[in-house]
Design a binder for this molecule. Structure first.
Ligand SMILES: [Zn+2]
Ligand SMILES: [Zn+2]
Length: 76
């Protein structure tokens, strides 16, 4: 089963998992709000807004960045 990066659109916590993570206890209040960013791979991408670094197969989706708007991924 493929592994994916899931990122919370409210607190930027991320998790590597094949299925949707549970949405308990977001530090931003309430539950995490996950979006599936990308399949785990060996290319490095960094968001120029929140500096988050992901090792993914391809350009991750913009989703929602906790810094506002969508993530602005750049391949390193
Ligand atoms: Zn969260
Ligand atoms: Zn970001």
């Amino acid at each position: 089963m493929a592994e994916y990066w899931w990122i919370c659109q409210r607190c930027n916590t991320r998790i590597q998992k094949s299925t949707t993570p549970n949405n308990a206890s977001c530090p931003a209040g309430g539950g995490h709000r996950w979006f599936r960013a990308a399949e785990v791979g060996n290319h490095a991408f960094q968001c120029s807004k929140c500096q988050q670094l992901l090792q993914a197969k391809m350009m991750p989706s913009t989703g929602g960045c906790a810094s506002g708007g969508g993530h602005a991924w750049q391949r390193l």
